[in-house]
Design a protein around this ligand. Structure first.
Ligand code: SF4
Length: 433
């Protein structure tokens, strides 16, 4: 019987020929990722359950990426990184990207593919809900809690229920004023924050394959905002070229492709040429409005960063709008990773680098990290410490998510955020593009 992408990947990981939605299976994990927020808790569970002298099941398969609360004087946050550092030393783990070294990366979900830890057909589990981002590489990637992660750390296995799959097909040519963020906010607006609860969200169609790999990551990144267990996009040449270039040690992997006749419990087809720029209004990612409906709404701040909106593609798009303009509101720019920060200093638009465009427009640029996406300690770059209104390329806008509980956060594409930064009110990117 034909299987969906997700079913095929999970069947392989369980050593079975086939699985069906609802099956409970033991899967072998290919990569376990943790970071500074959940790593100490995961390590605590691991030590408690497996003993203080226990060794991780496979040191090559554990990846530890400090990224959340990094550039802060907060003692508890700094202590979390110390816990990671001690554990890495004790276990002699090779895949650690330490703060204050040349290896430091920044946001885990972007660091993982950059450092060659994402491969088609694999199972990637991480102690972070946006681990689903890696579904863009044709693998099963999902977030797990510290208890499960502690168990995986000791055994390399996890007991998982196979999710049914919803299919989202994007056809047509994307207009120049739209980005993947508009597509996924449109989907979440249509199905709601619980519309894909414990379901796989598979993306397909020429509109998806026309997107570059970073934009595909943005699509998969936000499936969790609809409750999705995982997002997945079948690999094409673009995916394989990216993966093979970065797959250190050329680890073998098995590409999975969609099978004709596989059963999806839901399908929705979009014509991308007919979509419009959208925002998610406070305080939920499914509180969708067309930008044209809310344009003119006064703002105090713009924020361009995070695993959703802090990639090179996001900065190219924002810089193209900001070049030659001055921002009217405080505008914070945070590259997701050190690699992206470097590229911002070398890639040019006309006679300026992307970094120069942002600085000459009056924006402030922070260090690669999660920064204010998750609020963080009060000295976090860009944090909303007062009840202000912010338009942001991030992925969540629940009360308090970026800091102050009464702050208002509008989620939007980097183009919409940049256009709004120039005008100081929510602005349609079509005014600039
Ligand atoms: S950038 Fe934001 S959403 Fe992404 S991992 Fe960091 S805190 Fe989470």
């Amino acid at each position: 019987m034909p299987q969906t992408m997700t079913e095929q990947i999970l069947a392989r990981a369980a050593g079975k020929d086939a699985v069906v939605p609802g099956d409970n299976i033991w899967v072998n994990v290919d990569v376990l990722m943790t970071h500074d927020v959940c790593g100490p808790g995961t390590i605590g569970v691991f030590k408690k359950e497996f003993g203080k002298d226990a060794k991780v099941w496979d040191r090559e398969k554990v990846v530890i990426i400090p990224d959340h609360y990094i550039f802060t004087s907060d003692k508890m946050a700094n202590r979390n990184v110390d816990v990671l550092r001690d554990f890495v030393k004790e276990q002699n783990l090779p895949h650690y990207y330490d703060v204050g070294t040349d290896r430091y990366k920044g946001v885990c979900h972007i660091a993982l593919p950059e450092e060659g830890h994402t491969r088609p057909g694999e199972v990637l589990l991480g102690t972070d809900s946006h681990t689903c981002t890696a579904g863009a590489f044709g693998e099963f990637a999902t977030g797990i809690g510290n208890t499960d992660a502690g168990f995986v750390m000791g055994t390399g296995k996890l007991w998982l229920k196979v999710p049914p799959t919803m299919r989202f097909v994007f056809h047509g040519t994307m207009p120049p004023y739209l980005m993947a963020k508009d597509l996924i906010l449109s989907v979440i607006g249509d199905i709601g924050c619980d519309g894909a609860t414990y379901r796989a969200m598979e993306f397909d169609g020429d509109g998806v394959y026309a997107l570059n790999i970073e934009e595909r990551m943005t699509l998969c990144n936000m499936v969790i905002e609809a409750g999705g267990k995982n997002g997945v996009i079948a690999p094409d040449k673009l995916t394989l070229d990216y993966v093979n270039k970065r797959n250190n040690g050329q680890k073998p992997y098995t590409v999975v492709q969609p099978q004709a006749g596989a059963k999806h419990i839901f399908e929705k087809v979009y014509d991308v040429s007919k979509l419009e720029p959208v925002v998610a209004k406070p305080h939920s990612p499914d509180n969708r409005a067309y930008v044209s409906e809310v344009k003119g709404t006064k703002l105090d701040r713009a924020y361009i960063g995070s695993c959703t909106g802090g990639k090179l593609t996001d900065f190219r798009a924002a810089a193209a709008i900001l070049q030659g303009h001055t921002v009217r509101i405080d505008t914070f720019v945070v590259p997701a990773t050190s690699e992206i920060a470097r590229e911002m200093r070398s890639e040019r638009i006309g006679n300026q680098t992307l970094e120069e465009v942002f600085l000459s427009a009056g924006a402030k640029i922070g260090e690669p990290s999660c920064a204010a996406c998750l609020g963080g300690p009060s000295d976090t770059f860009g944090r909303l410490n007062t009840p202000i209104s912010c338009i942001s390329t991030t992925n969540r806008n629940y009360p308090g998510r970026m800091g102050h509980k009464e702050a208002k956060v509008f989620l939007a594409s980097p183009m919409t955020v940049a256009a709004s930064a120039v005008k100081g009110v929510i602005t349609d990117p079509r005014d600039f593009v």
